[in-house]
Write a protein that binds this ligand. Structure first.
Ligand code: URA
Length: 195
């Protein structure tokens, strides 16, 4: 079966999901964005926000727009190079961080998406994504930009944590060592890994 078909079947399964409380308040599941046939990296964010819940597409609000700007600056093509998902498929009320139980309920879908796409690189975008797969106590600022070899599903994968764009909305400087400057460096590194 082609990747697109497999993912479409999984999406159908997801549509009616009521495995956690988030199913009661969502308007739409936010399954993914990107081209499964050409994507070389999976980018995992935290959770859908208001705009994502309305549209069913990840990273379309303010944070998503800033992410797009950074991708453009580094030559990563969102529609071609990335397959974008979140740790959970449904919006947590008031945009709170998803709970461990909610993430666990959604994990089956996430792992299946990773298996089907089989990306060269996994990008953990922000602390919630990082903590879903790695040491819960580590700070993103201490480990961002490092290439980690982690067992995900039953396969070793290259994973890189990066800052979440919502964090970058608070900082505007591009000077050496600033959050935006580090984000550009990390995305350039990712670009080299996927090329
Ligand atoms: N923030 C996220 O982590 N994911 C989205 O899809 C939107 C905002």
């Amino acid at each position: 079966m082609k990747k697109k078909e497999e993912l479409e079947n999984l999406k159908q399964e997801c549509q009616g999901c009521m495995k956690c409380e988030l199913g009661k308040t969502r308007n739409n599941i936010v399954f993914s964005d990107g081209n499964p046939e050409t994507a070389k990296a999976i980018l995992i964010g935290e959770a859908p926000g208001e705009n994502e819940d309305k549209t069913g597409t990840p990273f379309v609000g303010r944070a998503g727009k800033l992410l797009n700007e950074f991708l453009e600056k580094t030559g990563i093509i969102r529609e071609k190079d990335l397959y974008i998902i979140n740790t959970v498929k449904c919006r947590p009320p008031k945009n709170r961080v998803p709970s461990d139980d909610e993430k666990a309920a959604c994990e089956k879908y996430l792992l299946k998406q990773i298996e089907i796409i089989n990306p060269k690189v996994m990008i953990f975008c922000g602390a919630t994504a990082l903590k879903s797969f790695y040491d819960k106590k580590i700070q993103i600022s201490k480990i961002r930009g490092e290439v980690l070899e982690l067992e995900i599903g039953s396969k070793k994968r290259k994973c890189i944590p990066i800052f979440h764009p919502s964090y970058l909305l608070r900082y505007h400087s591009l000077e050496e060592g600033s959050p935006r400057n580090l984000m550009l460096k990390d995305l350039n590194k990712i670009k080299n890994l996927i090329d």
